[in-house]
Design a protein around this ligand. Structure first.
Ligand SMILES: Cc1cc2nc3c(=O)[nH]c(=O)nc-3n(C[C@H](O)[C@H](O)[C@H](O)COP(=O)(O)OP(=O)(O)OC[C@H]3O[C@@H](n4cnc5c(N)ncnc54)[C@H](O)[C@@H]3O)c2cc1C
Length: 398
């Protein structure tokens, strides 16, 4: 289908929405992005972007911008919660880049979002636009925003996150479920941890009913941590709340001194309830579709939520390029190509909750023994995830 002139409206200016918009724009579509917030922005936290995501961002012309801000960890280091014993080490860095043709990156989220946003012309970004309604008229879609603006488009894409309004419009209201996990997140100035002489790796400490992840971001100036614990309920109205450092330290009582030193060095920490959704049976209807957390929110235990949203945008672009005039069919094809992979990652992320949080005892010992021999982060084991090129879609005829 001739991309020129085809109007695509993307709802949501998060990582998924902006990456999709840039991909569509590079392919020649007439893209507009509508974001509810008054300005584009991301929370103060880190994010891991594996080669299956960075490959696509490089293709969009962002390699230099990403290299300026990203940290390339040399490996993954998985450890036991109390004595710090290594359970598994796997290479990242040059080995990953050589093998998969794109780097494994750690970013401050704001840096990643800014890198994508800066490649989009300002006139295509409409902040202060909160989608409230959408109607598919068959030959076009109409969308209405809280500020009274109405727009028409040929394709409407919901990249509006886990609370997605567009998902609700398409498939009715359902509630994301609390996963029984809370996460304290924080950023520590690296100089406060200099005495620990920490390696530039992606670190995951596994213990009873919790795990602790940390890695450098912002060119190595900040250490990002995510401290996850199981908790029975999330009683707050909001999904994110200011957390007390002392509470986080209490939850990690008895954990290795390195874990406690990192938590104790932070100025402020935020506490998140972790939610996910059941895999959706459908993502698209007519000329409207979904991407990212709006259709496949997942626990962060595979570090793939944002990466999968970037993959969605690439596949969506290719399917629309091959649409041959039938947009609903192209959106169904996009969904058919993407849904099995995203669902698999939703399920794997859930399984990792059990695997990472085993109480001390025979089950945990069996896991440790298995990790020591199996190398589940080895090149061979992770290849299926990192080799996938979501922008390469076989032509329909093929
Ligand atoms: C603790 C934690 C760690 C994580 N770590 C990783 C990681 O290392 N790697 C990784 O790949 N993923 C990670 N994730 C997952 C990742 O953060 C998400 O999957 C990703 O940010 C989803 O992007 P999105 O664009 O789909 O949604 P969002 O980032 O939620 O963006 C949605 C956007 O839509 C806007 N919006 C919402 N409603 C409307 C409306 N009605 N109208 C207009 N705009 C609207 C919002 O304001 C927002 O800007 C992690 C998640 C958590 C919680």
């Amino acid at each position: 289908m001739a991309a020129a002139g085809l109007r695509v409206a993307v709802i949501g200016g998060g990582i998924g929405g902006l990456a999709a918009a840039l991909s569509l724009l590079r392919a020649g579509f007439d893209v507009q992005v509508y974001e509810q917030a008054g300005a584009l922005g991301e929370i103060g936290a880190g994010i891991q972007i594996s080669p299956n995501g960075s490959r696509l961002l490089h293709r969009l012309g962002l390699a230099e911008a990403l290299a300026r801000k990203g940290v390339r960890p040399v490996g993954v280091h998985q450890r036991r919660w109390d004595d710090g014993r290594t359970l598994q080490r796997a290479p990242l860095g040059d080995v990953i880049e050589r093998t998969f043709g794109a780097p494994y990156y750690h970013f401050h989220r704001a840096d990643l979002l800014a890198a994508i946003a800066s490649a989009l012309p300002d006139e295509r970004l409409h902040v202060g636009h909160r989608l409230v309604e959408a109607t598919d008229h068959g030959d076009h879609v109409e969308a209405g925003f809280e500020n009274g603006v109405r727009i028409a488009a040929d394709v409407l894409v919901g990249a509006d996150g886990i609370h997605s309004r567009l998902r609700q419009i398409l498939f009715g209201a359902d509630k994301p479920s609390f996963t029984g996990c809370i996460a304290y997140r924080g950023l520590v100035p690296a100089e406060r941890l200099a005495h620990l002489d920490l390696e530039v790796t992606s670190n995951n400490w596994m213990g009873p009913h919790g795990h602790f992840v940390h890695y450098y971001v912002a060119g190595g100036r900040l250490m990002n941590f995510v401290a996850v614990r199981e908790e029975e309920a999330w009683t707050r109205e909001s999904w994110v709340d200011r957390g007390e450092v002392a509470d986080a330290l209490r939850l990690f009582e008895g954990w290795h001194p390195q874990v406690r030193t990192i938590i104790g060095a932070v100025d402020e920490t935020f506490k998140w309830g972790l939610f996910d959704r059941e895999p959706l049976a459908r993502w698209s209807m007519g000329r409207i579709t979904l991407l990212g957390d709006s259709c496949h929110a997942m626990l962060p235990f595979m570090a793939q939520g944002a990466v999968q949203s970037i993959e969605d945008g690439a596949t969506l672009t290719s399917c629309l390029q091959q649409a041959d005039g039938d947009i609903p069919a192209a959106l169904l094809r996009y969904e058919a190509l993407r849904r099995p992979r995203a669902t698999r990652l939703q399920e794997m992320s859930r399984l990792n909750k059990t695997r990472y949080h085993m109480p001390d005892g025979p089950g945990q010992e069996a896991r440790d023994a298995q990790m020591a021999t199996a190398g589940d982060r080895s090149i061979a084991a992770i290849g299926w995830l990192y080799t996938h090129d979501a922008g390469v879609v076989p032509s329909e005829a093929a």
